[in-house]
Design a protein around this ligand. Sequence first.
Ligand SMILES: NC(=O)c1ccc[n+]([C@@H]2O[C@H](COP(=O)([O-])OP(=O)(O)OC[C@H]3O[C@@H](n4cnc5c(N)ncnc54)[C@H](O)[C@@H]3O)[C@@H](O)[C@H]2O)c1
Length: 375
Amino acid sequence: MKVIITGGAGFIGAHLCRRFLQEGHEVICLDNFSTSQRDKVEEMLSSPHFALLERDVIAPLSDAEKSFLGQAAVIIHLASPASPKQYHRLDLETALVNSLGTLQMLELAYHNRCRFVLASTSEIYGNPLVHPQSEQYCGNVSTSGPRSHYDESKRFAETLTSLYHRKFELDTRIARIFNTYGPGMQAGDGRVIPNFITAALANRALTIYGDGNQTRSFCYISDLIEGLFRLATRPGLAGTIVNLGNPDERSIKELAALITSLCGSTAQTVYLPLPQDDPERRCPDITLATRLLDWQPRVGLKDGLIATIDYFKTRARVDRSVDPPTPFGAIFPPSIPVPWPNRWDCAHEARCRRNGSHGGSPCRSERRSFGSPPR
Ligand SMILES: NC(=O)c1ccc[n+]([C@@H]2O[C@H](COP(=O)([O-])OP(=O)(O)OC[C@H]3O[C@@H](n4cnc5c(N)ncnc54)[C@H](O)[C@@H]3O)[C@@H](O)[C@H]2O)c1
């Protein structure tokens, strides 16, 4: 079958693209590389069953693109910055990719009459008052706090997806993904496991925010991919909303100690204040996933960390300066105008100038061509 994966060049997306290719499916990856690099999908471009459409999923699809994307059996919508560092850098884009971007992909699914799978997140539970979090829990989320452009836009993406299911009887499925880690993560993407591993390997201090007693549950990437694959391919799951994560809950302090010891590091830990709205506890209730998908995580934290540390010691340091091989698969228009309001453009540039955040290099909005503001 033909599968469209938005955000297919990201950490989870690249693993998922490979999994579908291995199972003999055709994959079209839509990505604008805003939080990833092209080399994540480079090796797949030599497959006749893989195509890359380099575009922003927020922008409306042209007729040519619609026909290129036609006859897909499943759309899996992963495109969104996912780490706090990235979604703060790309704050408006995050809000828009989860709202307008989700709408674009739902419309495409509606016109293709195909299945739609949304990558949602445990962040929709906010700072939860219930443990572990089951799918029935409605969350404790700030609509306007510093994380709201991610949390609330994911909640809205769930709302839109559920609406298309109820109103248009679209076969939709929603995965609420809890913290996932493993080979393929970027060293500098700001998530806790790569942060700790890169610091420990360099014998630099590991930074813990708050007192370190806050908990997270970490799911190894192969387990998550198995869950997502089953959710996307099994019949009879229309309308399903399901947690995918590992219920093995650990404190951040414990995680830091484990990573330091597995890296054979002498790095110390330093403590900084907890950011606003940082959740205190996170742990998925996976009863529903186990029942519906016959799924549960298999890789323990220690084994998963050993594989991830090994990746960071070797693959993550591969020199990226080598020219990529000529792609075989289709690459659609390399730059597509995005119809964001020009005032966004101006506000973004003003902020960049104020913060000096681009260190003299042109900011994203200067490098990209923008279309007219919508009427
Ligand atoms: N990794 C996790 O622990 C985790 C946890 C919960 C939810 N999720 C969700 O899973 C999805 C994938 O996460 P990830 O960890 O692979 O993140 P990632 O940042 O590695 O990948 C996201 C991909 O989406 C692409 N993208 C972002 N905005 C885009 C746009 N407007 N148009 C086209 N492409 C765009 C990026 O370039 C990147 O390739 C996200 O939706 C995220 O919210 C991830």
